[in-house]
Design a protein around this ligand. Structure first.
Ligand code: ADP
Ligand code: MG
Length: 230
């Protein structure tokens, strides 16, 4: 579903990614775990075709990021870091607008469906700016899911949520992830344990570990990660 092959990225002289390779199969929820500045957001922007890599290749659902970026974007739902949203728009209006962007012919019905699916029904008539952080994340997720993509790319989807909101969003991600491929980033170890079937640790632009959660104990994962952050 996602194939990353020898991706490197330089911003001027600064190397943000260094020869990154991995592949993700259907049904996996993969946590990209790394400290701030590790290169997580950069990698996600490359996979979603927002920025080009300096070197290397990637395909998503068989579509090449260079040859067919539009097809890549069609099969991806992307929740960027800091979840940029139109705060003056109403939730329902925004999601109809999102559906329209993808040219869905039943945009109104699809907006209603997704509102229900992510638990936004009580908030659907409010302005996005009036919502709590947890509900804003749901709007971001609804936007990412509107065109029913096969792949979800979520950049720090739970950062800044309070404990209740956190549990609800984690649950939602696990539920929608059952039928998709999910790549989510985080700098918090517990997030990976709570949601993911596999953990890829990234540090200073390099993959330092890649294990399925079945094969690695919580202790091992913690110690690998803590070595980087000390
Ligand atoms: P993460 O998401 O893991 O915190 P980023 O991908 O945002 O990491 O950043 C990786 C490195 O690349 C950091 O050192 C960051 O300062 C640098 N970087 C990110 N974006 C840019 C940019 N647009 N221009 C220059 N350097 C950047
Ligand atoms: Mg980031």
């Amino acid at each position: 579903m996602i194939e990353i092959s020898h991706i490197s990225k330089l911003y001027g002289k600064q190397r943000a990614l260094n020869d990154v390779s991995f592949s993700i199969k259907e049904g996996e929820i993969v946590g990209l775990l790394g400290p701030n500045g590790a290169g997580k957001s950069t990698l996600m922007k490359i996979i979603t075709c927002y920025i080009p890599p300096t070197e290397g290749d990637a395909t998503v659902c068989g579509h090449d990021i260079y040859d067919d970026p539009m097809a890549v974007r069609q099969c991806i739902g992307y929740l960027p870091e800091h979840n940029p949203l139109y705060l003056e728009m109403y939730v329902r209006e925004f999601l109809r607008f999102s559906a329209g962007i993808y040219g869905l012919k039943d945009a109104r019905d699809r907006a209603e469906e997704i509102i229900k699916h992510v638990g936004l029904t009580p908030e659907a008539n409010k302005k996005i700016g009036q919502l709590s952080k947890g509900y804003r994340q749901r709007v971001g997720l609804a936007h990412a899911l509107i065109h029913n993509p096969k792949v979800l790319i979520l950049d720090e989807p739970t950062t800044g949520l309070d404990p209740n909101q956190l549990e609800e969003i984690r649950h939602l991600i696990r539920t929608v992830g059952q039928h998709k491929v999910v790549l989510l980033s985080t700098h918090i170890m517990q997030e990976v344990e709570a949601m993911c079937s596999r953990a890829i640790i990234i540090n200073q632009g390099c993959i330092v570990s890649d294990d399925s959660m079945e094969n690695i104990s919580s202790q091992e994962l913690t110690s690998k990660f803590h070595k980087l952050t000390q």
